[in-house]
Ligand binder design. Structure first.
Ligand code: ADP
Length: 349
């Protein structure tokens, strides 16, 4: 009966009823032989069977199956977004089976969707919490400096300029965070169009090294292109964006590098791509943090990062930019040994 069609169900139901009638008539015939004749004993169940199966079939088809078909169609039509809709399965008589499996599948997809929404909601809450937290500190600092100045501090030559300077630094930090968030959001929603061009990546690396020279020497860090990696490679990418990627990685290598350490940038031929790697021998990162290191606001040591002026957005920007180029970033690191951050770019001639 599991895969029975409406016709089969109607036939079996009519057969059962006519069987019962036949049995009753046979018993009556046996007990009161003159009361009913054989024609009735045979004809009554036969008529019941024919009319019963027709009535049952009509009832099932018109009332039950049509309603199920309607429910099935409603589920089918609301379940899948228009673009992904495969051709609708033919609704034959095994509609109950179809409806059952569709309802089970529908329930599964709803549960999955619900889980996804909960995760998304959690992610959104965490993100907003992080934004508030990051902006709260500079806002409170600015408030403090300004209140002190208003309360008479502006007349005190020992602090007036110093406090104004500090307030200004905090404003700059807020502006930086907002700029970084804006960039991530633009890269995420695809509203950011890359300006793709051909350029020499080795030359760009040399420029970045030049720009960071003073910062490196302040920390006694030797900053250089890795030996044997001086060859020119032309890549097809957004130069300005890649400049930002290299800047973020080189800055990090020094921020988290040790005094007297070294940062090396390697450029390698990978057939269709070029691999760029920024390696330092600094504090390194424990393996357990590596899967989350590219997330927005994720920091291994929050206090240390803040102290160094970090907002935890640099690596997230790196990942977004490289992925917008259809390429990949990776990291290898060991605590107290150092880190290597690498990314690929499309090689061209
Ligand atoms: P931040 O502004 O905190 O530097 P990033 O997104 O650039 O944010 O980096 C996220 C975290 O990854 C940092 O807080 C730091 O803990 C870790 N990190 C990044 N680069 C390095 C590196 N070269 N060596 C060690 N840790 C690093």
């Amino acid at each position: 009966m599991k895969n029975a069609t409406p016709r089969q169900i109607a036939t079996i139901s009519a057969l059962i009823i006519s069987g019962v009638i036949l049995l009753i008539l046979l018993v009556v015939k046996l007990l009161l032989p003159d009361y009913v004749n054989w024609i009735i004993v045979i004809a009554a169940p036969l008529v019941t069977f024919i009319s019963g199966s027709l009535v049952f079939y009509y009832f099932m088809e018109n009332f039950i199956y049509r309603k199920i078909k309607l429910i099935y169609k409603t589920i089918y039509d609301t379940k899948i977004p228009d673009g992904d809709k495969p051709s609708k399965p033919k609704i034959k008589n095994d509609i109950i089976d179809y409806a059952e499996s569709e309802v089970i599948e529908w329930k599964k997809s709803k549960t999955k969707e619900l889980k996804k929404r909960k995760k998304h909601e959690q992610f959104r809450k965490e993100f907003l919490g992080n934004v508030f937290h990051e902006l709260k500190t500079p806002i409170f600092n600015i408030q403090g400096y300004l209140e002190t100045l208003i309360d008479g501090g502006f007349k005190d030559e020992n602090i007036n300029f110093k406090f104004l300077n500090k307030a200004n630094k905090n404003v700059n930090r807020m502006a930086e965070i907002v700029d970084d968030l804006q960039m991530i959001s633009n890269l995420e929603d695809g509203s950011f169009a890359l300006s793709m061009n051909k350029f020499d990546i080795t030359k760009l690396v040399a420029e970045i090294i030049d720009q960071n020279d003073i910062r490196a020497s302040k920390k006694n860090i030797s900053l250089e292109i890795k030996e044997g990696c001086e060859k020119s490679f032309i890549v097809f990418a957004d130069r300005e964006m890649i400049q930002q990627v290299l800047n973020n990685l080189v800055t990090n290598s020094m921020k988290y590098g040790k005094d007297g350490g070294r940062t090396q940038v390697g450029i390698y031929d990978m057939n269709k791509n070029v691999l760029v790697e920024v390696t330092d021998n600094g504090i390194g990162i424990d393996t357990k943090h590596l899967p989350r290191i590219f997330e927005r606001f994720y920091r291994v040591d929050k206090d240390r990062s803040r102290e160094l002026g970090g907002s935890g957005l640099g690596l997230s920007i790196v990942k977004h930019i490289i992925e917008a180029h259809g390429q990949a970033v990776n990291v290898r690191s060991a605590p107290k040994v150092g880190s290597t951050f690498g990314f690929t770019l499309t090689k061209t001639k």
